[in-house]
Design a protein around this ligand. Structure first.
Ligand code: NAD
Length: 488
């Protein structure tokens, strides 16, 4: 890895707003700085949009909407497929860019390129399958036609933790369905979306179909867009409090919304589990993305008879981790996204320990530049501790013991969130009971990572509304029309 390669890559990333197929500065020329969280250094300055730029982006999406909706589905799918192919060619560049702006280890960034790319391939194929149905009504008095139509211009808002995959998971189904979009990436990691917009241009996407703005004043620029009656859909991935605020804004226009919000995933290990597999799954479910995933296991609910052995084994694994800049060989724990994230991890661990938890390893912030926090294990966490209520969003593994199945279910469901759960048991019947009893939209049964472009991703309860990926994903961007005709 050379400095030169990073410098060259960063120079290749556009620094403007992408509106109507053109790159342009923000109104008034404002800029925002993007920081490498592993060094604290500014890596690039890019346009910082104002409300008028957001309005221009929506204008462009509205202007392009009719032509894009009328473009044959196969043609739309082929552009997505070209984007998929180009992404494979540029895989190393996208991975490095994500490591620079977000901090995840390079190997994980490469994994995100694979995962994120699959949405382009999947929806390139789904584009041609979004058809309707035709048939006689039950009374035999007429023929029913059920057809699907693009919902119209969409506004997509994405978080910083998966800069590429969260963008492709929204852009690909929207485009496949025939919708144009305005996308606003997180201000902490905007470069990947800008670089991806350039890729879409190279893939032959017509002007105005995808428009991108970056801003340090998300609320002020987004709200007028959400309240504009020409907008037909809002798809948001981020924290639950911001999602709730946006739902309130969307309510005025009865705007269609998809919400992929926070999680507080339980990871339940029964005494009949294969402990080797559970430890392996725990490592992936907890430490992937440095713990900064909505699907990250937040609470390890472990049968009392094996809780100590589990804690010992995960502690041993964690002590073998290497913390550092994600570009360095062998690094498994990169920086957290910013100082607030470090302060949060610190406060949650302190609260747990103050209430009697045992700190098995870690628990300190890194020395020097960058926002690092050590991989940490705390066991014997008392009920009521903040770490069991809040999304940790950091590399802290918290263990709570339980005595019987009912207690495990009660603890697992004791949260307002319902995104994903993980269960380890060798009993089929118990696994089936957990599918029925755990209140989450997704479950890993003896598996620590569930995400897949072909599967419906989404949460129950306060983890959200709607699904991304799978056959369901494209329907978030389609609206149904029923037409009755007389018998022929
Ligand atoms: P966040 O809610 O702070 O920000 C998400 C996005 O919303 C960013 O682009 C941000 O700039 C923007 N935003 C913030 N305030 C806004 C406002 N008032 N109006 C318009 N936009 C606004 O979340 P984050 O810290 O970027 O991401 C972490 C959160 O995202 C976690 O809670 C995590 O669980 C969640 N997440 C959920 C999923 C999922 O699929 N369910 C996936 C990834 C992350």
């Amino acid at each position: 890895m050379t400095e030169n390669r990073e410098t060259q890559l960063l120079a290749d990333v556009p620094d403007g707003l992408f509106i109507g197929g053109e790159w342009r500065p923000a109104a008034g020329g404002a800029t925002l700085r993007v920081i490498d969280p592993s060094t604290g250094e500014v890596v690039k300055e890019i346009a910082d949009a104002r409300a008028e730029d957001g309005a221009a982006a929506l204008d462009a999406a509205v202007d392009a909407a009719a032509d894009w909706a009328a473009t044959p589905a196969r043609q739309r799918g082929e552009i997505l497929r070209r984007a998929f192919d180009l992404l494979q060619e540029r895989k190393e560049d996208f991975a490095l860019l994500m490591t620079i702006e977000m901090g995840k280890p390079l190997a994980e960034a490469r994994g995100e390129v694979v995962y994120g790319g699959e949405f382009l391939r999947w929806f390139s194929e789904e584009a041609v399958r979004a058809t309707g149905r035709y048939g006689a009504n039950p009374e035999g008095t007429g023929r029913m036609i059920v057809s699907q139509h693009p919902v119209g211009p969409c506004f997509l808002i994405t978080p910083w933790n998966f800069p590429l995959a969260m963008a492709t998971r929204k852009i690909a189904p929207a485009l496949a369905a025939g919708c144009t979009v305005v996308i606003k990436p997180a201000e902490l990691t905007p470069l990947t979306t800008l670089y991806f917009a350039k890729l879409l241009q190279d893939a032959g996407l017509p002007a105005g179909v995808v428009n991108v703005f970056t801003t340090s004043t998300s609320g002020a620029v987004s709200e007028p867009i959400i309240r504009d009656p020409r907008l037909r859909k809002l798809s948001f991935t981020g924290s639950t409090p911001v999602g709730v605020k946006l739902l309130e804004q969307a309510a005025g226009g009865v705007l269609r919304t998809s919400m992929e919000l926070g999680g507080n995933a339980p990871f339940v290990i029964f005494d009949d589990a294969d402990l080797d597999k559970a430890v392996e799954g725990a490592m992936a479910a907890k430490f992937r993305n440095i713990g900064q995933a909505c699907t990250a296991a937040n609470r390890f609910i472990v049968h009392r008879s094996i809780a100590d052995e589990f804690a010992r084994r995960v502690t041993e694994r964690v002590q073998g981790f290497r913390m550092g800049r994600g570009t360095e060989d062998g690094v498994t724990i990169g920086p957290l996204i910013d100082d607030r994230a470090v302060a949060k991890a610190e406060a949650l661990v302190k609260d747990a320990v103050d209430r009697g938890a045992i700190l098995r390893t870690g628990g300190r912030r890194g020395d020097g530049a960058g926002t690092f926090y050590e991989a940490t294990v705390v066991s014997d966490v008392a009920e009521g501790s903040d770490i069991l209520r809040e999304e940790i969003f950091g590399p802290v593994l918290a263990i709570v013991p339980f005595d019987d199945e009912d207690e495990a279910v009660r603890l697992a469901n004791d949260t307002e969130y319902g995104l994903v759960s993980y269960v380890y048991t060798e009993s089929l019947a118990r696994g089936q009971r957990m599918i029925e009893r755990l209140e989450t939209g997704m479950m890993g049964l003896n598996v620590g990572v569930v995400s897949n472009a072909a599967a419906p991703f989404g949460g129950w309860k306060m983890s959200g509304l709607g699904r991304e990926g799978g056959a369901e994903g494209i329907h978030e961007y389609l609206q149904t029309k029923y037409t009755l005709t007389p018998n022929p």
